[in-house]
Design a protein around this ligand. Structure first.
Ligand code: 4NP
Length: 158
């Protein structure tokens, strides 16, 4: 049962589901628990390059340094029934957003948004860190922490 005015389930989506969206899942789960919110939180990728793999080691190392747990996370691809199951589907970048909208019935498009719509940063996208260095992974975490705080405030104020 979905409820767009008071979301209880959130799906984070990026391309590979090994860097950005599992980081968002780990950070948001931690912050939601701290805020006392009981939510269903998951992540997935629009492509299936790494299905079954744990998150990227660089994402894990950077996130664990800030106290987030990636235990048990495994890459999966977005499934057709995700669009019905989740109240909010949050894309890391504009390409993910476009792909998600292309994969789904227009009836679901209202619940598919850019995650950084909830951030205090001016960036619109969480940039793909996969082919870059450590700084890129730190930036991903900064943006995801900010957007997670914003999303929690938004959910609490509904
Ligand atoms: P993600 O990063 O979308 O944040 O998980 C990527 C992971 C893997 C690839 C690209 C981006 N890849 O090309 O394999």
């Amino acid at each position: 049962m979905t409820n767009p005015t008071s979301p209880v389930s959130v799906l984070f989506v990026c391309l590979g589901n090994i860097c950005r969206s599992p980081t968002a899942e780990a950070v948001f789960r931690h912050k939601a628990e701290q805020a006392g919110l009981r939510l269903t939180i998951d992540s997935a990728g629009t492509h299936g390059y790494h299905i079954g793999s744990p998150p990227d080691k660089r994402s894990q190392a950077t996130g664990e340094d800030r106290g987030y747990s990636f235990k048990g996370l495994k890459c999966r691809r977005v499934a057709d029934d995700d669009f019905e199951k989740f109240d909010l589907i949050l894309a890391m970048d504009a390409e993910n957003l476009k792909n998600l909208r292309g994969m789904s019935d227009p009836a679901y498009h209202e619940k598919i948004k850019l995650f950084l719509d909830f951030a205090g940063y001016e960036n619109e996208e969480v940039p793909d860190p996969y082919y870059g260095g450590k700084k890129g992974f730190e930036l991903v975490l900064d943006l995801i922490e900010s957007a997670s705080d914003g999303l929690i405030q938004s959910i609490k104020s509904r």
